[in-house]
Design a binder for this molecule. Structure first.
Ligand code: DBH
Length: 546
């Protein structure tokens, strides 16, 4: 395994193989098998492009030969910031073909993050879009190259600047016979690192998560089984493909592995998404809280035939029971809550679960050998029903971040459990999330679950979105401050909020002691609300008022 990565202990690896979770196949072998079996089957629909498995295979072979001729070798890392689209898959497979490890950056990442990934990963190349919206990535790439001298090549999905290389130009040029020969010799091992995902931490720069072929294939094939994917699956992806949720939980790779296809939506608004659902007969959509809220409140949906839709999933942050039920009724499909992490563990509500589980839980682990425990601050395991931190070990949960011994000492227990950082309760194998470990507000000893109050505030007719954060207080240490966004034309005052919450019969100490109305939330590249930014905002405001 790549130096700087922590493998599973031998006895665990043996057991995971014996139980069939690890099949000693690479992602590339799995994708090539699909292409060999059905070269004319459509894999990716991206605007007017309908790319078959055969085309994707041939295109990725040619690009792999070019990359190899340019000096990229097995075990090298590259920063991969490809935009959502057909080219994303072709380039991704080309890299896997020669054992090059893509570090999966997200489209909103900019110079600071990319320099961090490039330096930290010792990256040899950078893959970027030419332009997204008004932003030209090419000058930024030069700044990254200047700050991270390991970068030898910048590949642009579009026109190249200066010494940069244009992917469309490479695509058009047939690689030399020698280059093609040499890539036929490179066969990565299934125990090797296939890709690196980014940790979702919103409090620091992301850490790199090495995922092996063995564990990641299990990740997307098992989650595809649990989502009921098959060869008729048409998955619409509108969120970043580089994110574990959309890539492999089950996401695009899960849909392809089941024999289905992926439709890429360039936009997330209801009209764009549902027009594509109607046109492409989409059966499944991985969604997230802000999208669900917008779609449910958009009257345009009524104008589209979305009868093909069988499943809408929610991942990234918990969706309230009310909205889960509205998804089922409004879209006429099943709902699945996905609670997972790029570090590994994935929990799903099952398609045949009763309403109590589908509406109120965060699902159960997808693997019988996901060892989950809920622990207290002293590390002691808690009984069912008690709230504590979730920790996990299993066949697709990493044992350590890449090159990060100090963070690993904090993020993993000595016996190899990954600390999820979430406060949860267990009900048998089912998990109910309560909030982040650090999102609990401690008001002079009284703990306030941000999730609980947020869900209550979401019921207010004026409220569109809400985030409860801790604000410093000289007496209590911390108090709760409610940041909200409002529905168009609506208003909400502090007293009205308090009365509304008190009417829900909750303990008074849980009441937010300040209300801040925002036009929109600051969000991370993965679409999560940046609570740390909100905390800094309120700290700044309080300091200015003193
Ligand atoms: O929040 C996440 O990071 C996440 C959520 C659902 C995730 O990584 C996943 C599924 O794979």
């Amino acid at each position: 395994m790549l130096q700087g990565c922590i493998p599973w202990p031998e006895d665990f690896a043996r057991a995971y193989r014996a139980k069939g979770y690890w099949q000693d196949r690479t992602i590339l072998q799995a994708m090539d098998a699909l292409a060999d079996a059905a070269p004319n089957r459509i894999a990716i629909v991206d605007g007017a492009v309908r790319m078959t498995h055969g085309q994707m295979q041939a295109g990725s072979r040619n690009l792999a030969a070019h990359f190899h001729a340019l000096g990229l070798r097995a075990g090298d890392r590259v920063v991969f910031q490809m935009p959502n689209g057909a080219a994303f898959f072709e380039v991704f497979l080309a890299l896997l073909r020669i054992g090059v490890i893509p570090v999966m950056a997200l489209p909103p990442h900019r110079e600071t993050e990319l320099v961090h990934f490039a330096r930290f990963g010792g990256a040899k190349a950078l893959f970027i879009p030419q332009q997204v919206g008004a932003f030209d990535f090419r000058p930024m790439a030069e700044a990254v190259r200047a700050a991270a001298p390991t970068i030898e090549h910048v590949f642009v999905e579009g026109e190249a600047l200066g010494a940069q290389l244009s992917l469309p130009v490479l695509r058009e040029a047939a690689a030399s016979a020698t280059a093609r020969e040499s890539i036929a010799q490179t066969a990565p091992d299934a125990g090797d690192v296939a890709l690196m995902l980014l940790s979702g931490g919103t409090t620091a720069l992301p850490k790199l998560i090495p995922r092996t072929h063995n564990d990641y294939i299990y990740n997307y094939t098992q989650s595809a089984r649990i989502a009921g994917f098959d060869q008729d699956t048409v998955l619409l992806v509108s969120l970043p493909l580089a994110h574990n949720y959309n890539l492999g939980s089950p996401g695009a790779l899960g849909a392809l592995s089941a024999g289905g296809r992926v439709v890429v939506s360039p936009r997330t608004d209801a009209a764009s998404v549902f027009a594509l659902v109607a046109r492409e007969k989409v059966t499944a959509i991985p969604a997230a809280v802000p999208l669900v809220v917008n779609w449910l409140n958009d009257p345009q949906i009524a104008g589209y035939d979305i009868s093909s839709l069988k499943l809408v999933q929610n991942g990234g942050a918990r969706l309230s029971p009310e909205l889960r039920d509205r998804v089922r009724k409004t879209f006429g499909c099943a709902f699945q809550e996905v609670y997972g992490t790029a570090e590994g563990l994935l929990n799903f509500t099952r398609l045949d679960d009763d309403d109590d589980k589908v509406l109120h839980s965060s699902g159960a682990p997808m693997c019988a050998d996901d060892e989950i425990k809920v622990i207290d601050l002293g590390g002691n395991e808690l009984p069912d029903g008690e709230a504590g931190e979730l920790i996990v070990r299993g066949p697709y949960t990493i044992r350590g971040y890449y090159n990060a011994p100090e963070q690993n000492a904090k993020a993993f227990t000595p016996d190899g459990f990954y600390r999820m950082g979430d406060i949860v309760r267990k009900r048998g194998r089912y998990i109910v999330t309560e909030g982040r470990k650090n999102d609990l507000i401690n008001r002079g000893g009284e703990k306030i679950s941000t999730d609980e109050i947020e869900n209550l505030l979401l019921k207010h007719p004026a409220v569109h979105g809400v985030a409860l954060v801790a604000m410093p207080d000289p007496v209590f240490g911390e108090k709760a401050c409610a940041f909200v966004t409002l529905k168009a034309g609506a208003a909400l005052g502090f007293e009205e909020m308090k009365t509304f919450l008190l009417d829900q019969k909750i303990a008074k100490f849980k009441l937010p002691e300040r209300l801040e109305v925002l036009p929109e939330f600051p969000i991370s590249p993965a679409g999560k609300i940046l609570r740390r930014t909100l905390r800094e905002m309120i700290e700044g405001k309080l300091a200015a008022e003193r």
